[in-house]
Write a protein that binds this ligand. Sequence first.
Ligand code: FAD
Length: 413
Amino acid sequence: MRMDTVIMGGGLSALTCGIALAKRGQRVAIVASGQSTLLFNGGSMELLGCVDGKAVTSPLEAIAALPAEHPYSKLGADRISELASEAHSLLTDAGIVMEGKADANHWRITPIGVAKPAWLTLSSHFSIDSLGELPCKRLALMCIRGFFDQPNGMLAEGLKGLGFEVDKLEFTTDEITALRRSPSEMRANSLAKRLVSNASLQRVADEINRLAADADMVLFPSVLADEDVIQTLKSMVKKPLRLVATLPPAVSGNRMQALLRHYFRMLGGNYLMGDTVVSGTLEGDRLTSVTTAKLGDMPLRADNFVLATGSFVSKGLVADYGRVYEPILDLDVDADADREQWTRFGVLEPQAYSRYGVKTDAGLHCLKQGKPIQNLRAIGSVLSGHDAIKMGDGTGVSLLTALAAAQSILATK
Ligand SMILES: Cc1cc2nc3c(=O)[nH]c(=O)nc-3n(C[C@H](O)[C@H](O)[C@H](O)COP(=O)(O)OP(=O)(O)OC[C@H]3O[C@@H](n4cnc5c(N)ncnc54)[C@H](O)[C@@H]3O)c2cc1C
């Protein structure tokens, strides 16, 4: 099978790159072995949230001071603003409507009630422009009885710590109660399937209107399947209503992944779900084909290839007892040689492994034994030099490196 570009990986970076290429008429195949870390996403994208332990207010200013090995520095600080605006438009075109600016972070609220700097947040979700100026005073936090994925106590305490008055209001309806046939069914995604019809939404709205009459704003867990359902519930509730992120797997991340995949396919892209790239053939400084587990002796050939296989959690990087490696082509990896350095004891300690990744040149070409592979670029969280957990730059790096790689591929034609 011959393509213009083959992308290995099926998450945010792969889909963004695939969409940008397919939009310009390329024949693109994405090979995705499984779901992606987008499923952890509670409804926000981060460009740069934290540098040297301090919250970033203006990502564009802070990016200019990042070290040379950070992917943003490789793209060039002066391109970030343009790429960020292109990324925002691409998400909108895919049906993911988000608000925010690259030159001023706002604050998203995590499922456990912590305010974190964010670049873009789904417009239906609760966020705060400035911690000094709260959008309202009195919040009604709607708590679905028996729902597992929202730690209401922590969320309420976190919001109170920001200065809100919070009423925790527990409720249920017959449809929701029926979900409790087994304890594992009261999850965000199962509620999303149940709360769809106008009748079931009206019963939820009646409960909200009954309980939250004194609130300035109603916060509802992000368990609504799509924008139409969200708008329907909003129209039935008498107070302004915003969604709050739940623990993963998140309905919002699931929806973003589905919308991006749908858009990619609408543009003519081939999404090979459930297949894994296992090896590739190098000829000189070029990759000529990759082999997948299912296609076996029918390799995928292309002019260009993109590695978007993610970090350890997605198996884009692997650690065995002795080393950290990239499993498809054994590309050069930036990681400490001494395994004692990989991790530190303590969940909240900074972990060295979270910045490990494949090495690239300034054009994002992967390196093997120090030499760039001219038609293989790496994007997203498989890249070294950034740290989604410590720096809050994961989704930004995925989106922006994906667009930069697509531009660079299109420029080779
Ligand atoms: C728990 C968690 C929470 C996070 N929270 C946030 C957050 O709040 N904010 C933020 O900005 N970022 C967050 N991130 C980071 C963010 O999710 C990622 O930076 C970004 O979405 C990564 O996208 P990606 O496409 O590069 O990689 P991934 O999402 O990891 O996708 C990699 C894809 O490659 C596939 N794959 C792997 N190997 C192969 C192979 N050999 N063949 C074919 N396919 C393969 C995988 O199945 C997967 O689909 C979080 C990450 C995690 C793990």
